[in-house]
Every structure is written in C-alpha cells, then in structure tokens.
Write a protein that binds this ligand. Structure first.
Ligand SMILES: Cc1cc2nc3c(=O)[nH]c(=O)nc-3n(C[C@H](O)[C@H](O)[C@H](O)COP(=O)(O)OP(=O)(O)OC[C@H]3O[C@@H](n4cnc5c(N)ncnc54)[C@H](O)[C@@H]3O)c2cc1C
Length: 430
C-alpha cells in the first residue's frame, strides 16, 4: 500500500509525493491483499470489455470493489488479428496471475526486423536482448488474450451487461450514471471508468485519422517457412509500401501455429484495393516480399482481410473526478510502436493502484495521472514522429529512417535505446 506524504496539502501533481514513489508501479499491490482499502468499497461501472476494461475490472474486484462491466456488443468479443504483448504488458498480466496462461498461447518474439527492398537497408532493427537476458515480447492472437482475460472475469463473477452502447454520462452529486443508447442508465456508481476504446463517446481530443491504415488477417505458419519464427518481420518500399508478418502463437481458427499478415494501405485507396479482388493484392504483397507467398496464398478472398484505420488522439485522463478514461479511450496512437494494448493494461494497473491508494475519490485522478501521464505523453509524441517514417508518401523521412536505423543500430547505446523504446519501457514507472 502506498501512502501519500501530504495528500491534502497537494495542489497539483508536481507536489504529490508517495512514500514509495521510487518503487516500481508493478510492485504496489492493487489487489488489496495484505493492505487496507482507504476508500470504502466503491460501486464501479466499467464501460468496454477490451483488454483495458477487463484488466481494470479484475484488479478492482479483487480489491473488494463492486464492479459491473457494460459492453456494446451482444456478447463480448475480440476484434482484430495479432498484437505484441511487450514486457510492460507482461508485467501487468503477471500481476493478475494470468501470464502463465498467456505464454503457451503466444510466440516469444525476440526481434523486430524490417528491410527497405528499394535500397537493401534495414529500416527496423530491434532485439529484446538489448533490455537484458530473458526479455522478449509475446506475439499473440487477440482472441487468445481476450479469452484468458474473459475467463478470469467470468471466474471472478464480475457481471457483464451486453447490448449496452454508451452514449453519454452524467454526474449528480456523488453519483455517476452511464447513459445507454437503449434509453437506460446503468444505475448509480461512485466511479465510471470509460474503457470504450478509440471511438468512445466520452473521449476528448481531436481524432486525427492517419492517411495510412492496414489490411490484417491471420493465417497458419506454413511448413518449412523461411521467415524468422521468433521475429516480427517487415518489408518496405520507402514509406508507401509495407508488408509484415507477426507470429501469433496458436491460430484460434485452426489450432495450428499462426501468423498475422498486414499490408499498409492508403485509406483513400482501400476501397479500390478491395474492389480489385484478391489476386492483385497477393501479387503486390509477393512482389515486395517473395518469400511470403506461402502465407499470402492462404488468403482466399478479401473477406478474410480486415481494414484497420489508424489514428492519433490525446484526450484527457478524466473528464470529471468520477469519470475516468483508460486505454484507447484516453490516448490512441497508430500501432507502429505496438503499445496500445500494453498501455491499456498499464493504465488499468495504475488506476487500480490509485483507487487502492487514494483516501478520497478526488485523489484518484491525480494519482492516476501522476503514474501514467508522462509515459502516455512520451509515446504519443514518439508515435507522431515515427509513424510518418513508416507510413507516408514522402521520400525524405524514409531516407533518414534507413540511414539512422541501418547504421545507428550498430552502436550498442543506440540498440539499447531502441529496445527500451519499442518495448514500452522508456519512461514507464515500474
Ligand atoms: C491493426 C492494429 C494492430 C495493433 N497492434 C498492437 C500491438 O501489437 N500491440 C499493442 O499493444 N496494441 C496494438 N494495437 C492497439 C490495441 O489493439 C489497442 O490499443 C487496445 O485494444 C486498446 O485496448 P482498450 O481496452 O483501451 O480498448 P478496445 O480494445 O478498443 O476495447 C474497447 C471495448 O469497448 C467496447 N465499446 C466501444 N464503444 C462502446 C460503447 N459506446 N459502449 C459500450 N461499449 C463500447 C468495444 O466493443 C470493446 O469491447 C493494434 C491496433 C490495431 C488496430
């Protein structure tokens, strides 16, 4: 349990100190086990059954709070293909006691490597060994991560109310009430945690839809594949073509070892790419990356591909002391740095710790921001700077990228910095 040195006297985050401010965030105990809850058990609504919402629900329920999850779908389900769970996200899952269940479903990814086929230079080169021995990311299918979190939510008997599309929220005195599209409110809650993702109706901050997104799908890893089994690999042509393959452990559709395929596309061209049917898409992928053919050949038609649009948005951690945003509902970035789900998990841990630590509801947001804001701002800035180097029409940024990575990544200090950046460790508390 962390205790504020002088919580009442503090007027802003800069004044806040914590007796364990130097302790890693992950070493604090939001489960409440062995500590006391300073606040009385709270009635907490969490909107959104994604990784952030479910992790927050588990931490808070285990700490003794009464948690209800609301979800827009008729049944909670994962959306999308593969993702990387960075060491930062792994620590949160370990804290939940779920990492052991995740590992067998995932592929350890020790390296991210990408080549610009136009000049033969490395455009991406990162090894998790730069963080120290035994560090790696986990490539996983989204539904595997979802299933493990969802099973834990189910075991904890946390109620999930479906078909509840959040459209607004009100605060009246000490009662926060979510308002749903079916005209109901979920009732009265001490806290409303908005984990409704990048399109959530309560999010603040302008959405910058990026010019490039990607088509994604999952396939089996073909027998005899020459593509590195423990790496996220990419091929580029400057910044306007990009193909990637990420191992994702077990492919839930087949039970075989799986991989996520992704193909960068200008959003304005996405409909035309789809209309041209699958053969030209396969040909373009394989022209950029001939060795990918056994993966690409498994994509029977465009219905197997999902278009993901990417966006940047820095919202607010809270719009009221009783309405707190988490994960993509607070901050959305392009997935170039592979941080979004990890940051949602880190938010969940920090928020649970803030609830655990605060001795009044008004303290929660300030503590939450104190632990998360700098990291969020850093990665929002890095994503803004780095994304155009990997997905844009210009020639200058990819040119600089290739020179910096190909030559710079030979230097030990640079390699370590890249490893800390890509793993999400840079600027993280704990
Ligand atoms: C193509 C792609 C690749 C990515 N790769 C990575 C990666 O490698 N590593 C990584 O860490 N991140 C990655 N991300 C980002 C990551 O998926 C997100 O950042 C992460 O899922 C955010 O988690 P969340 O819980 O905040 O929100 P979400 O996962 O978006 O969950 C939101 C939940 O809220 C529900 N919801 C939405 N609106 C409402 C509403 N109005 N009312 C009620 N319920 C609602 C949704 O149905 C959903 O269940 C990637 C994203 C994309 C698109």
């Amino acid at each position: 349990m962390c205790h504020l040195a002088n919580p009442r006297a503090a007027s802003g985050m800069g004044n806040w100190t914590c007796a364990r401010a130097n302790a890693p965030l992950s070493s604090c105990n939001p489960s409440g086990k062995g500590g006391t809850i300073l606040l009385q058990p709270q009635d907490i609504a969490i909107v959104g059954c994604g990784p952030g919402g479910m992790a927050a629900a588990l931490f808070l329920a285990r700490a003794g709070h009464r948690v209800t999850i609301f979800e827009q779908f008729d049944a909670p389900r994962p959306v999308g293909s593969g993702l990387l769970i960075q060491p930062t996200g792994q620590r949160v899952l370990a804290k939940l006691g779920l990492l052991e269940a995740i590992v067998p479903l995932a592929t350890p990814v020790s390296r991210l490597i990408g080549w610009n086929v136009a000049n033969g230079l490395r455009a991406l080169d990162m090894e998790y060994a730069g963080l120290g021995a035994g560090k790696y990311a986990l490539g996983i299918h989204r539904s595997s991560l979802f299933d493990v979190l969802f099973a834990a939510v189910h075991s904890a008997a946390i109620p999930i109310l479906c078909d509840k599309i959040l459209c607004d929220a009100t605060v009246d005195g000490d009662a926060a009430r979510p308002c749903f599209a079916d005209g109901t409110t979920g009732g009265r809650f001490d806290l409303l945690i908005d984990a409704s993702g990048a399109n959530g109706p309560l999010t603040r901050g302008k959405n910058h839809i990026l010019p490039y997104g990607a088509y994604w799908t999952s396939v089996d890893v073909p027998d005899g594949s020459t593509i590195l089994p423990d790496a996220l690999e990419q091929r580029y042509f400057a910044g306007h073509k990009m193909a990637g393959i990420l191992p994702i452990g077990r492919n839930p559709a087949t039970g075989n070892p799986g991989a996520a395929l992704f193909w960068s596309v200008r959003i304005k061209d996405a409909a035309a790419t789809r209309a041209a049917s699958i053969a030209p898409w396969r040909a373009a992928f394989c022209e950029l990356w001939p060795d990918a053919a056994p993966f690409v050949d498994q994509v029977a038609d465009f219905d197997a591909l999902t278009l993901a649009t990417y966006r940047h948005r820095t919202g607010k951690a809270a719009t009221h002391r009783r309405i707190i945003h988490l994960g993509d509902a607070w901050h959305a970035t392009s997935p170039q740095l592979g941080q979004g789900a990890n940051m949602a998990l880190m938010d969940a841990l920090a928020l649970a710790r803030a609830v655990d630590t605060a001795d009044a509801v008004g303290d929660i947001v300030r503590l939450y921001q104190y632990w998360r804001q700098d990291h969020v701002r850093l990665y929002q800035a890095l994503s803004r700077i780095l994304t155009p180097m990997y997905q844009s029409d210009g020639a200058i940024l990819p040119f600089l990228r290739d020179r910096a990575i190909h030559h710079g990544a030979r230097l030990t200090g640079v390699r370590r910095l890249i490893a800390r950046l890509v793993s999400g460790e840079l600027g993280s508390v704990g």
